[in-house]
Write a protein that binds this ligand. Structure first.
Ligand code: PFF
Length: 467
């Protein structure tokens, strides 16, 4: 892209920049660290046999996640506008088909689907702030904490109430702009989250279930792997790193020119992975020490953590703060889920941010009702196989749409974007390094995604089509 073209792309956008590379790391980590790390990672690892899942997941983060995140951020920094506009201007500049703009649209739709259920689950964390602080878990045992959770899920009104609260908060913040308020809050929130995880970790270490947890998380029992495990681990890597739907492209548009993308992205991925593993090391010892079920699904975090807090001195306070932090982590992720659609609409129609945020939020809220009912009145209504509404949305968005988006993003950045632009973005001067990078990000990562897709989804498709 020539300078004048990139200036014109920027002029469609907001032309903002993060105040520093470090603030980009915090904002991107704010997007990455969320329910995916603390709620989802432990329960998916639990359902998929532990050690082997964790190993495959780590492999996916390193070999696929990091190269794709670098590709996504570099496209954003080159395009300097919303993902849809970025894909439009970059495909023109690359002389590629205008159909690549559809990649931006895929991201917008995926963001809607994810936010619709994300808002419901994040609502649970708000409810648990209240429950913990009001002392509802004082002296409770595994059975009563489990019963409290089941009763909550069975009540659609309660779920809608907290979903509405969370979505309203998100819309309010998004409407005000991703301001220094969030940047400043993240500065406090990250260290506090680490600290509380450490407190819980020390508790778990002494709970009596730690050795079993270690074996569960790190022993490679290959017989636990099903044909779907690799797809689920890869989908989780995409979800937790906020990849494949243009969020990192939208955030990348504000990255200062002189930031080194490679080291920046590795720091974000390392931070995110560390928090997911720490959550597993905290949650599973409590599961084992209390004879709970590792594969109990979405309720895992909401049963084990209150149980730990109920047995700790000042558990009400720690519990309340911890669920508040998870809610906060969820809000910084929810905000980033709206960014691709929001930045597009604001740029394209010169629309008011508040108004766009409200409309997007209402649509997501409505769609979210399907997830609310999946835990009670629609729980047995299957959409495909054994997946109900929530299960289907979750599977489709995380395991199919995000990896598909990520694969196409990496392919575009490596093979269609002019090589000099990519090298300039990454500061690559040595052609050998350039080729090594292209092999990793342009071949290993997208082909890896493709192979996992074909090998897991083909048998399902073939049986559906009667082949
Ligand atoms: N990474 C977030 C989490 O782990 O909770 C979820 C997420 C945010 C996914 C933003 C995708 C995204 F674009």
């Amino acid at each position: 892209m020539t300078n004048s073209e990139s200036t014109s792309a920027a002029s469609q956008g907001v032309g903002q920049r993060w105040s520093s590379r470090w603030l980009f790391i915090l904002a991107a980590a704010g997007s990455a660290v969320g329910l995916g790390n603390i709620w989802k990672f432990p329960y998916i690892a639990g359902e998929n046999g532990g050690g082997v899942f964790v190993a495959i997941y780590l492999g996916c983060v390193a070999a696929v996640g990091i190269p794709i995140m670098i590709s996504e951020v570099l496209l954003g920094r080159q395009g300097r506008s919303s993902p849809i506009h970025t894909m439009r201007s970059l495909s023109q500049c690359a002389g590629a088909s205008g159909r690549w703009t559809a990649l931006g649209w895929l991201g917008v739709v995926t963001g809607f689907l994810i936010l619709s259920y994300y808002g419901v689950i994040a609502g649970w964390t708000l409810h648990y702030v209240w429950l913990s602080m009001s002392g509802a878990f004082a002296g409770a045992d595994g059975a009563s904490v489990g019963a409290t959770f089941d009763a909550f899920l069975a009540d659609p009104w309660a779920l809608v109430f907290y979903q509405t609260l969370f979505m309203a908060l998100t819309i309010w913040i998004v409407g005000r702009g991703v301001t220094r308020g969030i940047e400043a809050a993240i500065r406090w929130f990250m260290p506090l989250l680490f600290l509380l995880l450490l407190v819980l970790f020390i508790y778990s270490l002494n709970s009596g279930g730690f050795a079993q947890d270690w074996a569960f998380m790190f022993d490679l029992k290959w017989d636990a792997v099903s044909s779907d495990t690799v797809l689920i681990a890869m989908g989780q890597a995409f979800f937790t790193l906020s990849l494949g739907m243009g969020t990192m492209m939208a955030y990348g548009a504000y990255v200062p020119e002189d930031a080194n993308l490679g080291t920046t992205v590795v720091s974000i991925a390392a931070l995110d992975t560390f928090i997911a593993i720490a959550a597993g090391l905290v949650i599973f010892p409590i599961v084992f020490a209390n004879g709970l079920e590792v594969g109990q699904g979405p309720g895992l975090t909401f049963v084990t953590l209150p149980l730990a807090f109920s047995q700790m001195p000042f558990g009400e306070v720690f519990g309340g703060i911890f669920f508040l932090l998870i809610s906060f982590a969820a809000i910084t992720s929810a905000i980033s889920l709206t960014e691709p659609a929001l930045s597009y609409l604001v740029e394209e129609y010169n629309a008011k941010r508040q108004r766009v945020a409200l409309s997007l939020g209402v649509i997501c809220w409505l769609l979210g009702l399907g997830t609310v009912f999946s835990f009670n009145i629609w729980s047995d209504m299957m959409i495909v196989g054994d997946l109900n509404f929530f299960g289907f949305l979750d599977y489709l968005s995380q395991n199919i749409m995000l990896p598909l988006g990520g694969m196409l993003i990496a392919f575009f950045a490596m093979w269609l974007l002019p090589k000099e632009l990519m090298y300039k973005q990454l500061g690559i001067t040595n052609p050998a390094v350039g080729w090594a990078w292209r092999i990793l990000a342009g071949v290993v990562a997208p082909v890896g995604v493709l192979v996992v897709f074909v090998s897991t989804l083909w048998p399902v498709l073939a049986s559906l089509l009667g082949l």
